[in-house]
Design a protein around this ligand. Structure first.
Ligand SMILES: Cc1cc2nc3c(=O)[nH]c(=O)nc-3n(C[C@H](O)[C@H](O)[C@H](O)COP(=O)(O)OP(=O)(O)OC[C@H]3O[C@@H](n4cnc5c(N)ncnc54)[C@H](O)[C@@H]3O)c2cc1C
Length: 439
């Protein structure tokens, strides 16, 4: 019998494995991952925006949500500073606002400043000093301001997942990882759960299902979260490969708070600062994983393609903000027109961009599994992890900014395990001390 089984080895599963191997009394941990290595789906380097979200420049987060994200991001920021010398960039970040948005940004700055002491409010001249191309070619009469954060992180979440696994393996505990192995079924037993994976049954006192969107399938199969389904939203990126790069840091634009995703932004790629990425787009896709047709069957099973699911989708897109956002993003897929349409968004960041300056990054981009409520027919925010009170199991979907919150999730799961598994201990104080963070 294992102490813990972790299903899925993106940053969520791998991060939990590291925390448990180093800071808990679990001695036998089994990891099961259906890809050939860790961090190969949404955590893969080109499949996400590589941002360590702290909440300061994400204009769709209110202060309370921003502070919760900040708590997890501070853990991860400290971890990557210590352990990931080649898988990250420490770069500035800006949130730019134009026209009427400037008043909203200014209000946000004053509200957030006490909690994020580093942030500054910049005018056009200040922006031009840091990011000349953001101002070049812009209408000089346009009102503009930015919320500037001098020390942000870009993270290669694929390398991060591998690092977590390497450090867990080096912990001296029994860490058994099975790649190329798929979990088909989980069943409750008297002492925990049995996990059925490619014809072999493994038992554990606690199971963490960290399988991205597929986590909801396992929750449904065990009778949990039956009122939720998923709207998978694929995100693609465009790139520019001009030597020297177009941007020095991450430049975000204002987002409507009704929309669950960060708006289109531009930034240097974490693996090559000569490459500037613009994106992500957001369009519905009937797959749970972008590059895997077998996940079509999983999507069809997740509750969205049911009368209640279709009613929910129709109700969601009947909202004018969400409907027009979805339609605009679908235009990006139309040949020729799509690139021109995207250019309009990218020019909000670099106005002088020409049509030949950007290229679709083929094969890059992932899928965010956005939870939707089958009861109310609405987008559900903040229900992307479920830890039943009555059973030693957890399900983590981690749509976005799940990668930034991977250590936050790991710590909260470890706390939940203390409550659910007799004799389980977790030394959170030592983890914080090692990361040089206050309790
Ligand atoms: C376009 C886009 C941009 C994003 N940008 C950001 C960003 O800038 N910052 C940020 O913090 N987050 C971002 N995100 C979200 C981020 O990518 C995810 O939150 C994060 O990667 C989730 O990690 P994970 O380990 O939960 O999932 P994944 O990395 O998807 O890993 C899940 C793993 O489970 C495995 N698995 C699934 N089913 C099974 C099974 N049955 N058996 C065994 N294994 C299984 C899969 O193979 C996979 O390896 C973005 C996402 C997208 C799509």
């Amino acid at each position: 019998m294992y102490d813990v089984i972790v299903i899925g080895h993106g940053v969520t599963g791998a991060g939990l494995e590291w925390v448990l191997s180093r800071y808990s009394n679990a001695t036998r941990i089994l990891g099961i991952e259906r890809r050939k290595g860790a961090g190969m789906v949404n955590s893969n380097v080109t499949n996400n925006s590589q941002t360590l979200h702290k909440g300061d420049i994400e204009s769709n987060y209110p202060l309370d949500k921003a502070l919760q994200v900040k708590w997890g991001a501070d853990l991860l920021g400290a971890f990557v500073d210590q352990n990931l010398p080649h898988g990250k960039l420490v770069i500035p970040k800006q949130l730019i606002a134009v026209g009427d948005e400037v008043d909203e940004l200014t209000k946000r700055f004053h509200q957030f400043k006490p909690h994020y002491p580093d942030i500054q409010l910049l005018d056009g001249n200040g922006i031009a000093e840091l990011e000349p191309l953001v101002m070049e070619g812009r209408d000089p009469k346009q009102k503009i301001a930015s919320l500037y954060s001098p020390r942000g992180h870009a993270v290669n979440y694929h390398l991060l997942a591998e690092k977590f696994v390497d450090l867990a393996k080096a912990s001296g505990k029994e860490i058994d990882i099975r790649y190329n192995t798929s979990v088909q079924r989980i069943e409750r037993t008297a002492h925990g759960f049995n996990v059925h994976a490619d014809g072999v049954v493994h038992s554990a006192k606690f199971v963490s299902v960290s399988a991205g969107s597929a986590s909801l399938l396992f929750a449904h199969a065990l009778g949990y979260e039956l009122d939720l389904a998923l709207l998978p939203v694929a995100g693609s990126f465009y790139t520019n490969k001009r030597v020297g790069g177009l941007l020095q840091g991450k430049v975000y634009t204002m987002q409507d708070p009704k929309l669950p995703f960060a708006a289109v932004h531009g930034d240097p790629a974490v693996y090559n600062t000569d490459e500037t990425r613009f994106g992500p787009t957001a369009r519905p896709l009937p797959l749970l994983e972008r590059d895997s047709w077998r996940t079509l069957a999983e999507f069809l099973d997740i509750g969205t393609v049911t009368p209640r699911g279709i009613w929910s989708l129709l109700k969601i897109i009947s909202d004018p903000t969400i409907g027009s956002f979805a339609l605009w993003n679908m235009v990006f897929d139309i040949p020729w027109i799509g690139k021109h349409a995207f250019l309009r968004d990218a020019r909000k960041i670099v106005p002088s961009l020409g049509i030949d300056d950007i290229m679709l990054d083929k094969g890059a981009g992932g899928v965010r599994g956005q939870p939707i409520s089958l009861k109310t027919g609405s987008i559900v925010k903040g229900r992307d992890r479920f830890i039943p009170k009555d059973a030693p199991i957890a399900f983590t979907l981690a749509p976005s900014p799940g990668a930034s919150y991977c250590l936050g999730n790991a710590v909260e799961l470890a706390r939940a395990m203390v409550e659910r598994v007799p004799g389980f201990q977790f030394d959170e104080q030592r983890l914080l001390a090692d990361l040089k963070l206050d309790a």
